[in-house]
Ligand binder design. Structure first.
Ligand SMILES: NC(=O)c1ccc[n+]([C@@H]2O[C@H](COP(=O)([O-])OP(=O)(O)OC[C@H]3O[C@@H](n4cnc5c(N)ncnc54)[C@H](O)[C@@H]3O)[C@@H](O)[C@H]2O)c1
Length: 365
């Protein structure tokens, strides 16, 4: 395996690290998981995805026809027997855990499924890794929302207190505690296994149609020249293009494979603090790029609590992993709108996604 130094992750290093390697991805039918599985397949990896079937409506996973390129297993991470048997039969070297109930609003509607999936489902994933001796590198995805939010202006560091007011955030904090217990009780006794948790912020990009997320809401509004209503317009988020955290997860996975103990632990992957934007700014920019629809500020504040101020401190990833964001918010918004505009004008979704992957990971990036 080639050394990964100096320039972060690029195409050459991706191929060098993953070509011919068995990689198990949970949540590959979702937004981030479908981009990750696509990148790995492009790099020549032998990928198995394990997730629920794609949600109804348009799906990036289906548009890319990923079930023809990777081993596609429809399964529930809460079904320990099915998960164990899929992972143990596949004998992966790398595991990326992304499967989750990933929506804050849905977590208020169905807290039991949210905790069950994000906490107990993650227990099952860790337990399957514990039983699967082939695993050398585990990247376990939680969220920036795992931190107890003090509504301060500073970015959260990996050592900050975990917490969460809403069920989603609390379930991700719980998933972190579970991870910590499994690593100290089981995984750390395997010197050839590197395991890390990864915390990233709000992700934007083509191929997301989830409910109650700002970009998909703008895309839906633009499709019928309608209105996107904002209830919390001044809330700030660490917006980043989907390729940003994925490049961090991939680099982390490679480093864990090379030096399991040195890179174990928790890692933040977010944009620089100057790149933070309000919900209003993001919605307005996307609607402008899409050329249709309009933004409306609703007078009534949101009834469900959501954090207003949330930033990540990513000094650890910058200094120890040599990971740095490549696309600023404006570029990320432009690439995102470009992807949806391409779809609207009938372009091939695989070509749209591949173009952005090549541009992002291009060897000269
Ligand atoms: N999208 C964001 O802005 C964001 C921000 C921070 C963290 N995250 C985290 O990144 C990960 C991926 O997020 P996403 O945006 O791609 O979410 P998504 O909702 O688009 O996809 C979720 C994936 O998990 C799978 N899944 C859900 N419940 C499952 C179960 N019980 N068994 C098996 N699979 C199940 C779904 O089938 C899907 O493949 C999640 O862990 C999420 O919490 C996302």
């Amino acid at each position: 395996m080639g050394a990964v130094t100096g320039k972060g992750m690029n195409m050459e290093l991706l191929r060098d690290a993953f070509a011919g390697k068995r990689v198990f991805v949970t949540g590959h039918t979702g937004f981030k998981g479908s981009w990750l599985a696509f990148i790995l397949a492009e790099a020549g990896a032998d990928v198995m995805g394990y997730a629920l079937p794609p949600a109804g409506g348009p799906s990036h996973f289906e548009l890319l026809q990923l079930s023809h390129r990777i081993a596609h297993v429809e399964g529930d991470i809460r079904d320990g027997a099915a998960l164990d048997s899929a992972m143990m039969a596949f004998r992966p070297e790398f595991v990326f855990h992304l499967a989750a109930q990933a929506l804050v609003k849905e977590s208020y509607t169905d807290p039991v499924t949210t905790f069950d999936t994000n906490m107990m489902g993650s227990v099952r994933v860790l337990d399957a890794v514990r039983r699967t001796e082939s695993v050398r590198s585990l990247v376990y995805v939680t969220s920036d929302k795992c931190y107890a939010n003090a509504e301060w202006v500073w970015g959260y560091r990996e050592t900050d207190r975990l917490g969460g007011r809403d069920p989603y955030s609390a379930s991700k904090a719980a998933a972190e505690i579970v991870f910590s217990a499994y690593t100290s009780s089981y995984l750390s006794s395997r010197p050839d296994l590197g395991a890390a948790s990864a915390r990233a912020g709000n992700v934007i990009g083509g191929g997301d149609w989830a409910a109650d997320r700002i970009v998909p809401d703008c895309v839906r509004a633009a499709a019928d020249d309608g209105v996107i209503q904002l209830r919390n317009p001044e809330a700030t988020r660490p917006w980043q293009h989907v390729l940003e955290p994925l490049s961090g997860y991939l680099l982390l996975a490679v480093r864990l494979r090379q030096q399991p103990q040195e890179f174990a632990g928790a890692w933040n992957f977010g944009p620089s603090s100057s790149e933070v934007r309000t919900v209003r700014e993001v919605a307005t920019t996307v609607i402008e790029w899409l050329g249709r629809g309009r933004v409306e500020i609703v007078g009534t504040p949101p009834t469900l609590h959501e954090a207003n101020l949330l930033q990540l401190n990513c000094d650890k990833a910058h200094q120890c992993l040599d990971w740095h964001p490549r696309w600023n918010v404006d570029k990320s918004l432009e690439e995102t709108a470009e992807w949806y505009r391409g779809m609207q004008s009938g372009a091939d979704p695989t070509a749209l996604t591949r173009t952005q992957v090549v541009e992002y990971f291009g060897d000269n990036a």
